[in-house]
Design a protein. Structure first.
Length: 216
């Protein structure tokens, strides 16, 4: 689940210059479950998923981190171990700061303080939305709601929307606590109903009002 995002925030140059830029491969484990985050990472490119693994080895999707977001702020102030792991879903580049140094920078640069506050606020909004939709919508409705959030206007026509790139069904299923097959069936149903249309590397929303109606 995620609320719609505007343009990615840019890390102030004086702050960025004090961090260490690091590259990670796809599937690299950026943080282990039950560990304390000793570093804060600002994402310059790529994205990562946070998932919680239970005693049976089953994964529950927690959050997505994208360009312009911080990883590690969950334990920034109290150093509490996190109940999830973070894995790079694509090659990822980030700027790393030791926790204590980052706290000092927050005191020195008010704009950094504001960025962290906005980032944590978005996380709270995402978690709240996830809880509400899980308790109030059917699986089909949650799939439609997530597609609605991912849709972006095409050009200057407010009636045309596109989802690009085409969502990875396995990732969408993981977000929603469903299965890849269920997501595939739901998308196929909406295509047959002329709500969505497949294009090369994208899904086009042909009828936004009807997509809204799928969010039951």
């Amino acid at each position: 689940m995620s609320t719609p995002r505007t343009a990615a925030p840019i890390l102030p140059q004086p702050v960025r210059a004090l961090g260490i830029t690091k590259n990670y491969n796809k599937d690299a484990v950026l943080h282990h479950q039950e560990d304390v985050n000793h570093h804060i990472c600002f994402i310059l490119s790529g994205r990562a998923f946070a998932t919680s693994i239970d005693v049976d080895g089953d994964e529950t999707w927690v959050a997505e981190y994208v360009v312009g977001q911080f990883m590690g702020c969950e334990s920034l102030f109290d150093q509490t171990p996190t109940r999830f792991q973070i894995v790079a879903k694509t090659p990822l580049t980030g700027v790393l700061f030791p926790r204590d140094s980052f706290l000092a920078l927050m005191n020195k640069y008010p704009e950094l303080n504001n960025m962290v506050a906005a980032d944590l606020t978005r996380q709270i909004q995402d978690f709240t939305l996830q809880t509400l939709e899980t308790n109030s919508l059917s699986v089909h409705g949650r799939i439609a709601a997530e597609l609605r959030r991912q849709a972006r206007p095409i050009g200057n026509n407010p009636g045309n929307f596109i989802i690009r790139p085409t969502p990875v069904f396995s990732e969408l299923a993981q977000r929603l606590g469903s299965s890849r097959e269920t997501v595939s069936r739901a998308v196929s149903k909406m295509i047959k109903a002329d709500v969505l249309e497949r294009r090369t590397g994208a899904l086009v929303v042909t009828n936004m009002a009807r997509l809204d109606g799928e969010v039951d």
